[in-house]
Design a binder for this molecule. Structure first.
Ligand code: AMP
Length: 282
């Protein structure tokens, strides 16, 4: 495993590999790696000759500085995990390396409003930051395949849209959500949950499962009302729970068998904001 902090050295190294016709799989992360991230590394290792992982806690996608300050960071543990999982290249740039001229950015892609709903509505500027950093990282790494998690459903949908607008040759590979044994979706933020929060947080997955198990037999409104009731707790604050079309992310009001839909949830559990989702199939 070889670790780079600087863009020119990384680019030269990868160019050399590309000249040998080796394919490159890229896994962008913000570190605090868990088995969800490792599943992306494994998918990249299975499908590509070379696996590149970046660890960069991107300041521009945090709309609240307090969230950025609290974001877990343990580079030694992360590098050890990557070493254990056959990662070839790790890129850990400083913010100055990625944004030498400051980090202001104007979105130049017309995402058709996809970035302004759901997470975008609750976290203004978040997806501008995500698009900015993923775009830059893709230019630096130049991968054949990009690996992202279904966990961040809106994020991968927006990056897919960006790649389409760019007419990019990069293939986006979306990997399933990795969960703890009890169903909680793995997240770097989970380490901040207290014992009580951790128990309460299970309700997110339970609610999604309830929706999945009832949505094909009952009216959507009834199912969502019952599901929202499952989340009523003094320690929890629901931000959204909605069923959307997987491609457009537009809310659906009626389920038809030919539709591909996903239930999306965001909720605060104690002081921690969690997101989760479930594709709705019979
Ligand atoms: P992050 O470090 O949170 O920015 O996540 C980096 C990548 O890992 C993103 O593509 C996430 O969607 C993905 N990821 C995060 N959690 C999970 C999970 N539980 N299962 C699968 N992928 C995940």
């Amino acid at each position: 495993m070889i670790v780079f902090k600087k863009i020119p050295a990384l680019k030269t190294y990868l160019k050399n590999l590309r000249n040998q016709n080796l394919t490159i799989g890229f896994v962008p992360t913000m570190g605090a790696l868990h088995d969800g991230h490792i599943s992306l590394i494994q998918a990249a290792t299975d499908r590509c000759d070379i696996t590149v992982c970046s660890i960069f806690v991107n300041p521009t996608q945090f709309n609240q500085k307090s969230d950025l300050d609290k974001y877990p960071y343990n580079i030694t543990a992360d590098l050890n995990r990557l070493l254990d999982h056959d990662t070839d290249v790790v890129f850990i740039p400083d913010a100055d390396e990625i944004y030498p001229e400051g980090d202001s950015y104007e979105m130049s892609y017309d995402l058709g409003g996809m970035d302004e709903i759901l997470e975008g509505a609750k976290r203004p500027g978040h997806f501008e930051g995500v698009v900015q950093v993923v775009d830059l990282l893709l230019q630096i790494v130049g991968p054949d395949q990009l690996f992202m998690g279904q966990k961040d459903f809106q994020q991968f949908s927006i990056i897919q849209k960006m790649l389409e607008l760019q007419e990019s040759k990069i293939e986006l590979v979306v990997c399933p959500i990795i969960r703890e044994k009890d169903g909680l979706a793995m997240s770097s933020r989970n380490v901040r949950l207290t014992e009580k929060d951790r128990r309460d947080a299970l309700q997110l997955n339970r609610t999604l499962l309830y929706i999945k198990n009832h949505i094909f037999e009952h009216p959507i409104d009834d199912v969502l009302t019952a599901a929202k009731r499952m989340l009523e707790s003094p320690n929890m604050r629901l931000e959204y729970l909605t069923i959307v079309d997987v491609k457009t992310l537009q809310e659906v009001y009626e389920i038809k068998p030919e539709m591909k839909t996903v239930a999306l949830i965001a909720a605060w559990v104690g002081d921690v904001r969690l997101i989760d989702n479930m594709i709705l199939r019979k």
